[in-house]
Design a binder for this molecule. Structure first.
Ligand code: SAM
Ligand code: DTB
Ligand code: SF4
Length: 335
């Protein structure tokens, strides 16, 4: 018997109710639940929707580095901050394909290419399309993150066979102006609409540990879950505090608060793949294990993210063995 969707929600083929009517006060109340209760709920939902021992592996490559005109206060690639980063023009196709083949050999199923642009020009988009087509030939899934996109640009990427487009909301609407002034939250939502309407899979998440409040973390998750469809992939980044950025001196975020954020992402976005993204190099094994229990089921694998360090591949492999985690061989993780 099929379930009828309550107002403000949709129902999947297996009768899972996906809500799009969350409110921040409701989510804040969940944030405040006893830790064990919150994790039990999140893990139960995780088990209903995924194999709890599978983790999907993506690898990142910065295909155009630094000199970005935007002023995102967390980002080492902004032209506004002196982080000592060496800028690099768009990489040639041979270099990108070699990196994709190496990632495939190490067990990654998706190759994500990031460019430090506000928005690609149509000429640069053509060059990125050449890269996407070449990476697809390796058999890997492709993801790109290039900044804002018009509807026509999103369509071009879809036609080229791109699988995922990453575009993060980063934080709540209210806190966003504290983080970025060179674009608006509305700009981010417009690009996500263009990506969704083109039929691309959406990868959208945010960053925690930027000095935001718990209610901002709740607000970010509300924005993501109340989109017309849940993003297929949800990266939750912990701020990497890079010297030279305005956020370099911020305090540590409490570890358990980060785990709570993952648990809420799992509860509110039950069918989405939740990626434990930037910041893992500073997380203990036990914190990462708690994140996997709370519902994280994807990571970036490889010694570098875009410009900053990620854990050594050997230590990730060792942790996976200790926890009995399998690398998922395809993006289809449904139990
Ligand atoms: N320029 C494009 C854009 O902003 O959409 C794509 C590249 S940008 C580097 C991709 C994402 O990386 C950002 O949206 C942000 O969420 C994340 N990011 C950048 N710097 C970070 C940092 N220091 N710590 C954690 N996440 C970061
Ligand atoms: C995402 O949410 N995190 C990744 C990916 N999407 C593009 C980027 C993390 C960047 C961390 C800082 C750096 O290495 O430059
Ligand atoms: Fe540019 Fe993206 Fe970094 Fe912002 S996050 S400065 S848009 S590369």
């Amino acid at each position: 018997m099929s379930t009828i969707a309550p107002i403000g929600s949709s129902v999947t083929e297996d009768n899972t109710v996906l809500r799009h009517d969350w409110s921040s006060p409701e989510v804040l109340r969940m944030f405040q639940r006893p830790f064990n209760d919150l994790l039990f709920t999140a893990h139960s939902i995780h088990r209903q929707n995924f194999d709890p021992n599978d983790v999907q592996i993506s690898t990142l490559l910065s295909i155009k580095t630094g000199a970005c005109p935007e002023d995102c206060k967390y980002c080492p690639q902004s032209v506004h901050y002196d982080t000592g980063l060496e800028t690099e023009k768009l990489l040639p196709v041979e270099e990108v394909v070699a990196a994709a083949q190496a990632a495939l050999a190490k067990g990654a199923t998706r190759f994500c290419m990031g460019a430090a642009w506000r928005q690609p020009t149509d000429r640069n988009l053509s060059k990125v399309i050449t890269l996407i087509e070449a990476v697809r030939e390796t058999g890997m899934e492709t993801c790109v993150t290039l900044g804002m996109l018009s509807d026509a640009q999103a369509q071009r990427l879809k036609t080229a066979g791109l699988d995922y487009y990453n575009h993060n909301l980063d934080t709540s609407q209210e806190y966003y102006p504290e983080v970025v002034s060179s674009r608006s939250y509305g700009d981010r939502l417009d690009t996500l609409k263009n990506v969704r309407d083109a039929g691309l899979n959406v990868c959208a998440g945010g960053i925690v540990g930027m000095g935001e409040s718990r209610s901002d973390r709740a607000g970010l998750l509300v924005e993501l879950a109340n989109l017309p469809t849940h993003p297929q992939s949800v990266p939750i980044n912990q701020l990497v505090r890079v010297a030279g950025t305005p956020m370099e001196g911020l305090d540590d975020l409490d570890e358990l608060e980060f785990v709570r954020t993952i648990a809420l992402a799992r509860i509110m976005l039950p069918k989405s793949v939740v990626r434990l993204s930037a910041g893992r190099a500073e997380m203990s094994d036990s914190m990462q294990a708690l994140c996997y229990f709370a519902g994280a089921n994807s990571i970036f694998y490889g010694e570098q993210l875009l410009t900053t360090d990620n854990p050594e591949m050997d230590s990730d492999q060792q942790l996976f063995e200790q926890l009995g985690i399998n690398r998922k061989s395809s993006a289809d993780q449904v139990a």
